[in-house]
Design a protein around this ligand. Structure first.
Ligand SMILES: [Zn+2]
Length: 201
């Protein structure tokens, strides 16, 4: 594991909408849940949350630099769920690995269950405000639940975005309902594509 820890999210070519949601969630975690996020090369570990001995001090969330914005959004919601479940005991490190077996003895499936509820807009008002509003769409959830329709939807939305921006329609529509829906639907689909557990029933 490299020692270098950086403060800002790794930069790559990502949707501005996704990055904006990520930033909102990240500042929600910092201001409401006392979670400070940093980034480092973690190898096969995706993230870990270190809880201090003193509850008055912030928790440290370190995320692997190779994660994309969609996966980071999932990790923030999942971490918020761990905190809501009281898993962040003093001096406990919560490890989010790539494998199924939890080395920290914690119920990550419980956190996923709560993360799912938060993602579908049953979290705290501030958390809900940080997420794309489009999850209220009755159309989206059934399409995101199954891997096959999710992939097709992701492709279709990307195609629609390309046509929308390529044809100049986006300039005409400005920041209207269609543009906003398209951007948010793409962002929400990208997150569930990165974390299918958010869509399970
Ligand atoms: Zn977990």
């Amino acid at each position: 594991m490299a020692a270098e820890v950086i403060r800002n999210a790794p930069s790559s070519v990502e949707s501005f909408t996704l990055l904006a949601f990520e930033e909102r969630l990240r500042s929600h975690l910092e201001s409401r849940l006392q979670i400070r996020t940093r980034f480092a090369d973690l190898g096969s570990t995706r993230a870990f949350l270190v809880s201090p001995a003193d509850r008055g001090r912030p928790n440290g969330l370190v995320i692997d630099v190779r994660t994309g914005a969609a996966e980071r959004i999932y990790l923030y919601v999942h971490t918020a769920a761990h905190i809501a479940l009281g898993h962040n005991m003093p001096l406990i490190t919560i490890v989010e690995g790539d494998d199924e077996t939890a080395s920290d003895g914690l119920r990550h499936d419980q956190a996923d269950g709560l993360a799912r509820a938060m993602w579908w807009r049953r979290g705290s008002p501030e958390m809900v405000a940080s997420l794309p509003t489009v999850q209220r769409s009755r159309l989206l959830r059934p399409l995101l639940e199954r891997g096959a329709t999710r992939s097709v939807l992701h492709l279709a939305l990307r195609g629609m975005r390309a046509v929308f921006y390529g044809s100049g329609l986006a300039r005409i529509a400005g920041n209207g309902t269609v543009t906003t829906w398209l951007r948010q639907a793409l962002a929400a689909t990208a997150v569930v594509d990165a974390a299918p557990q958010l869509a399970e029933r």
